[in-house]
Ligand binder design. Structure first.
Ligand code: ADP
Length: 600
């Protein structure tokens, strides 16, 4: 009902005042009543002493007794305190009938009260009861049974009641005034208590909502001061603890956000507790709220159940591999223990192993390719040699042709082994560099001249020209020569007889570009992007018959990249191919610059 402390305090004050007034009123009421009765009794006893009674008894014996008694009483009326509320009466001693008195109207109605009854027997009727409606005193004259007359004093108590009524009025006025004053004081007093409590409450409410307002230091050392300061301390501790938690959370979130591995934590109901962007990305998750462990992973692994990790084995760890959306993923599942929660959950770490898988695959392919490339010439050499051994009388021309096949196949193997060695050195960055300043045009001319005979054999029209002045370039001349020989001999090999082979070179902004363009068979679009892979050949039979190893372009790319350059091949199937080398003249510039420069 009463909600605020202030209201309660005011009520307490009011109740206290009411209680005080009640006690005071009761006490006063009884004190006044007692005083009046005691006063009446002592007044009567003092008045009706032996002398006065004697006088009255004398008078009662006279002829005109009633008149004489009346006269004596009249003399003492001041002492008796006769007024409009207190009267005396002379009654008949046998019947208690009214004979005379100060209030004849009341006198006629007098009944036999206990005091009158005792006076009728000759005893003093001096019993003054505080509970009665009136006060009375009856004196028998003489004190015989029955007396001749009775002097009866009757007080209506109206004066006393008036006095008490006035007193109550004053008390009530005092009560009203006291209540107003007390309410005002209680209100102001309680305000001094409730104002800091209200302030504290509002700050505590803000604190609960996470608004860390500054709590002022309170100097007072009372209970409220201690409470305020405790709140201030609590707020500061809470703020710093929350700050630390926030910092830790942010740290963790940042780590999770930028982690390349996917992380998902599931609770014991299979619901996601934490998931990072990498995991969402790998598994194509948009809304994680509806995901349930068993349902979700059933799509990837038929026999994966959450219960195994939580209830059957409490420390289970497992690795599984699955390709999802063309990405090879490795899943690590392990039981997750969450604080005191016995149920725990599951932790899933997801790694993208596509690169490793690709490396592993290309390693396997590479070994298979090398074995395959070596197997053919070895089988040929072995079969020819065996035939020669088994046929000692083989004629000379046959033997010569056999030996030339063996020679050719051995050359092929030598070339293959040499190419493999070069690649391995390039891979491990162990190629011998012989850097020098040399004239690119001259180096190209040397290559063109060395292959001119080969081109002529196929009736190709092979030309070379520089489009502008090319400054000397700083790199390994032999390595550039090796790359150029590969490009030009490819142009010769893969162009039908009588073709056009144009070799050009120019330089712009310290960059030298060499182009080898042919009008040959070209390369289909789908093969273009794989052309620099090791052992990749568009037409395997043609390449082999031309003595190719399928490693030439792979080696060319490694060499050019090593010296900070780039190599591109553009081709139109059936129309021709253009191979371009872009090289920095200092032989090695950083990659970022290259990207910008190559846009010309
Ligand atoms: P290979 O020793 O087989 O020539 P390369 O690495 O030099 O090996 O070339 C790889 C493949 O690229 C060749 O087998 C061929 O199919 C294709 N190729 C290279 N240059 C040309 C070209 N100028 N015209 C058509 N195809 C080419």
């Amino acid at each position: 009902m009463l909600k605020s402390i202030q209201q309660k305090l005011v009520l307490i004050f009011v109740l206290i005042i009411l209680a005080i007034m009640l006690v005071l009123g009761t006490f006063l009421f009884s004190a006044i009543t007692n005083f009046y009765h005691d006063d009446f009794k002592s007044q009567m006893e003092n008045t009706f002493n032996q002398d006065v009674i004697k006088q009255l008894e004398e008078a009662s014996k006279s002829e005109n007794a009633v008149n004489d008694i009346n006269m004596i009483l009249d003399v003492y009326s001041g002492v008796i305190g006769i007024d409009s509320y207190r009267n005396y009466y002379v009654l008949d001693g046998k019947t208690a009938e009214y004979l005379t008195g100060t209030d004849p109207l009341y006198g006629e109605t007098i009944t036999k009260t206990p005091n009158i009854l005792s006076a009728l027997t000759g005893k003093m009727g001096n019993e003054v009861k505080s509970s009665g409606e009136f006060m009375e005193y009856a004196v028998p004259l003489p004190q015989t049974n029955p007396p001749s007359y009775i002097v009866y004093i009757h007080d209506t108590k109206v004066e006393m009641n008036d006095f008490i009524f006035n007193l109550i009025k004053i008390l009530l006025q005092a009560l009203v005034f006291g209540l107003i004053t007390v309410m005002l004081i209680a209100y102001l007093l309680s305000k001094t208590i409730t104002t800091p409590i209200l302030e504290l409450t509002s700050k505590a409410e803000k604190l609960a909502k996470g608004n860390f307002e500054k709590f002022p230091t309170v100097e007072e050392n009372d209970e409220l001061g201690i409470l305020s300061n405790t709140f201030k301390y609590m707020s500061e501790t809470l703020q710093s603890t929350l700050g630390e938690i926030e910092f830790e959370k942010n740290k963790l979130e940042t780590v999770m956000k930028y982690m390349s591995d996917g992380i998902i934590a599931f609770d014991h109901n299979g619901k996601i507790l934490v998931i990072n962007p990498a995991a969402k990305n790998f598994l194509g998750i948009r809304d994680e709220s509806s995901i349930q462990f068993d349902e979700f992973f059933a799509e990837y692994f038929e026999d994966l159940y959450m219960g195994d990790y939580i209830y059957l084995y409490t420390d289970k760890r497992e690795e599984r591999i699955k390709t999802v959306n063309d990405i090879a993923l490795k899943f690590y599942f392990s039981t997750l223990k969450l604080g005191n929660d016995n149920h725990g959950g599951i932790m899933v770490v997801i790694q993208d192993i596509t690169k490793q898988e690709n490396i592993e695959r290309s390693r396997r392919e590479f070994v298979a390719n090398v074995s395959h490339e070596l197997k053919t010439p070895i089988t040929t050499v072995k079969s020819y040699v065996e035939t020669m051994i088994e046929t000692p009388d083989l004629d000379n021309s046959m033997r010569k042709s056999f030996l030339s096949v063996v020679d050719k196949e051995t050359d092929r193997m030598t070339r293959l082994v040499q190419d493999l060695l070069t690649l391995s050195r390039l891979d491990s960055n162990m190629i011998k560099e012989n850097r020098e300043y040399f004239d690119v045009a001259e180096a190209i001319s040397d290559v063109v001249n060395s292959l001119a005979f080969e081109a002529e054999k196929h009736n190709h029209n092979m030309t070379f020209k520089t489009l502008n002045e090319i400054p000397p370039i700083y790199m390994d001349k032999d390595k550039l020569g090796q790359v150029l020989i590969n490009l030009v001999s490819n142009a010769i090999k893969y162009t039908p007889d009588g073709g056009e082979i144009k070799i050009t070179a120019h330089s712009i902004n310290d960059i030298v570009t060499i182009k080898v363009k042919d009008s040959g068979i070209g390369i289909p679009k789908k093969d273009l992007e794989r052309i620099f892979e090791r052992f990749y050949r568009v037409d395997k039979a043609r390449s082999r018959s031309e003595g190719g190893t399928g490693l030439g372009l792979a080696i060319a790319k490694e060499i050019i990249n090593h010296f900070g350059g780039e190599i591109f091949i553009e081709s139109e199937f059936g129309e021709g191919t253009e191979a371009s080398i872009v090289l920095p003249i200092d032989g090695n510039i950083n990659k970022e610059e290259e990207k910008n420069i190559y846009k010309f």
